[in-house]
Design a protein around this ligand. Structure first.
Ligand code: ATP
Ligand code: MG
Length: 612
């Protein structure tokens, strides 16, 4: 099975922006990187100016910055100048309301153009933009708006009802703006399309947002204007954005990826971006990639697994030959997903790692480097990453421990809003501890093991849920898997896997429960559980207790499969087939919910949980 992708000369359709990783990494110094941005006198800066307005002095002025696509074939096109003018108007409007530097203005909008325009307008007056995922319900909104003490919320008439319902509990909230209200639009048009863009210190707060809540209560992470420096450089080096590219990042700005790589770092590189505000649907996604001749695509493992689940016949119907670079973030990327990318797009997905707190990509696979399947890659130039123990001591190559970054990279969070002690708890000695466990190999590649809380200790061995999930996903019957450690008297923990099967297998499993061995008749895929001919399942009327159902056979086969392909101790002793895995709205598997349910414990904060 292929486990490495070597980049031969033939691979490069275009010379990548980062040609030699080692040379650049060794000589890189943030102090000499300022020239990538435009500065105001006295070392002042504004991230929104760098994303948009600086292009107005160049050939990009009339270049398309945004193709916005909605449901029902809605389309809108904005040039860099359009985005500049509209965000200036928005900035002037906010000023007229008395919004000042440092005030928090929150956006509670679907992915419509005003989300992007407003974000930029807020930064332009030196206020702090906060984003809220549009599916949040009242309690989730309340928690975040109380914590951030937002002065203004920009929303629309549908979502705005939720804000109005809780307004009485928000003493700091002065104004709710509805962007689809005709009086707002009329009022906005009376403001000038020019504005004075606030000259900010590098460390001044620019935006804040709450973490995904995968492991617990979401944290209000605050970022400075200088974050755009790293967002810009990583968009250049990792995403490889160039002027001629059409770029599609599928994230929502309710999460950090949608801010750093759909607004700031991507537009600061002058790229034409696509925003699709509709629901996930494999055929629609392929059609967008085809019709807009997307060249660079930045997405997430959960989406890739769903596309894989939709089958290869579908993807073959589209002409996706314009694609030249694929990237993935948000969760570990299963090796099988990379192999699938190579099969159907002729390109590998490049995994990269970062967090809300890190503000920009920190560890990545690059166009110029070989890919080791399952590895997050190497630290970006300017970021020093290592594996340390709980006291902050560096651990040797190959040893698993805390994934840590040397503090001081430009997009490092400034604080956790109103929880500065929590902020300080991230650091030990010179290191920022990510809360993830990983190890580094002899070539300097980093390998994700799991979130510190998710690592399983079974019979004295440590097992990362990711490797077990990846092994399971390789089996032809599996779409997705979520793996947890379940307390066990004998072994400390045993591995339990929750598995979503491909529809055809799901059907056979339910058939086997209903009608015993009937599923065997349609069973043709080689290597997949087979019931002995003539046998019937246990649930069949009048059949002996000891006879196994198709479902039990499949579970056994899956356990054996992991045992054989991964390790003797790392196989799931328990398997449960489920229809869907609990995930955050940004697509991350919430293992803590699987675990809590398994153990009958309270499931904790569910504000970011996708409808389930
Ligand atoms: P919370 O901190 O509230 O529990 P969260 O950690 O999921 O939520 P984010 O900041 O959105 O919130 O996600 C960052 C985390 O996502 C990382 O710490 C890591 O666990 C996971 N992650 C992101 N990218 C990758 C990747 N390429 N490989 C493995 N894990 C990744
Ligand atoms: Mg986190």
């Amino acid at each position: 099975m292929q486990n490495t992708f070597h980049k031969t000369k033939k691979y490069f359709k275009i010379t990548p922006n980062l040609l030699s990783y080692d040379t650049v990494y060794k000589s890189f110094d943030w102090k000499r990187a300022d020239y990538h941005l435009d500065w105001f006198p006295e070392n002042k800066i504004n991230a929104a100016y760098n994303a948009i307005d600086r292009h107005l002095n160049t050939f990009r002025k009339n270049k398309v910055a945004l193709y916005w696509l909605g449901d029902n074939d809605q389309k809108q096109t904005y040039t860099f100048e359009d985005l500049s003018n509209l965000s200036n108007q928005l900035a002037n409007y906010l000023k007229s309301l008395g919004v000042a530097r440092g005030d928090r203005v929150f956006l509670f909008l679907p992915r419509i153009p005003y989300l992007y325009i407003s974000f930029l307008g807020i930064l332009k007056i030196g206020a702090v933009a906060g984003t809220l995922f549009s599916a949040f319900q009242e309690q989730a909104l309340l928690d975040r708006l109380i914590n951030s003490q937002a002065k203004v919320v920009i929303t629309d008439s549908t979502l705005g009802t939720r804000i109005k319902n809780i307004k009485g509990k928000l003493p700091h909230l002065e104004k709710i703006i509805l962007v689809d209200d005709s009086t707002f639009l009329q009022k906005l048009s009376t403001f000038s399309t020019k504005t004075h863009i606030a000259h900010m210190d590098k460390e001044d707060y620019a935006f804040m947002l709450y973490t995904s809540g995968t492991t617990g209560k979401p944290k209000g992470v605050v970022h400075q204007h200088l974050a755009i420096l790293q967002e810009h450089l990583t968009a250049k080096y990792v995403l490889d954005l160039k002027d001629e590219d059409t770029y599609w990042c599928t994230a929502d700005p309710g999460w950090v990826t949608g801010i750093a790589y759909e607004i700031l770092g991507s537009w600061s590189n002058g790229v034409t971006a696509i925003v699709y505000s509709g629901r996930f649907d494999p055929a629609t996604w392929y059609k967008i990639l085809q019709d807009y001749k997307v060249t660079i695509w930045y997405t997430a493992p959960t989406a890739i697994r769903m596309l894989m689940g939709a089958g290869d016949d579908l993807v073959k119907k589209y002409n996706l030959s314009h694609l030249r670079h694929l990237c993935s973030v948000g969760e570990p990327l299963n090796p099988e997903a990379i192999r699938w990318g190579l099969k159907v797009f002729g390109l590998p997905f490049h995994d990269n790692w970062w967090q809300t707190e890190t503000g920009a990509i920190c560890i990545a696979n690059y166009p110029c480097l070989d890919i080791k399947f399952g590895s997050m890659g190497k630290p970006v130039p300017g970021v020093i990453a290592n594996i340390v123990d709980d006291e902050g001591n560096e651990l040797p190559v190959g040893k698993e421990g805390n994934l840590a970054l040397k503090k001081g990279w430009p997009s490092m969070m400034k604080t956790i809003w109103h929880r500065h002690i929590k902020y300080e708890s991230y650091f030990i000695k010179d290191w920022y501890l990510s809360g993830d466990h990983a190890y580094k190999d002899k070539d300097g590649y980093f390998w994700f093991v799991g979130r510190a809380d998710d690592v399983i200790k079974t019979s004295g061995e440590r097992v990362g849920p990711f490797e077990v999930e990846s092994a399971l996903v390789e089996h032809p019957s599996v779409v997705e898997a979520g793996v947890i450690g379940k307390p066990d008297k004998l072994r400390g923990e045993i591995i339990k896997a929750f598995i979503v099967l491909k529809p055809e297998y799901q059907k056979k499993v339910s058939l086997s429960h209903l009608r015993g061995g009937e599923a065997t008749e349609t069973q043709t895929t080689p290597g997949v559980a087979r019931l002995p001919a003539g046998r019937q399942g246990r649930d069949s009327p009048g059949v002996k207790e000891s006879v196994k159902t198709y479902s039990e056979h499949l579970k056994e086969e899956l356990s054996l499969y992991v045992k054989k392909n991964l390790a003797g101790h790392a196989y799931p002793r328990e398997i449960e087939f489920i229809d869907r895995l609990p995930k955050t709205r940004s697509g991350k598997i919430m293992r803590r919910i699987l675990k809590a349910k398994e153990m009958g414990l309270p499931i904790g904060d569910t504000s970011t949980l996708e409808e389930y």
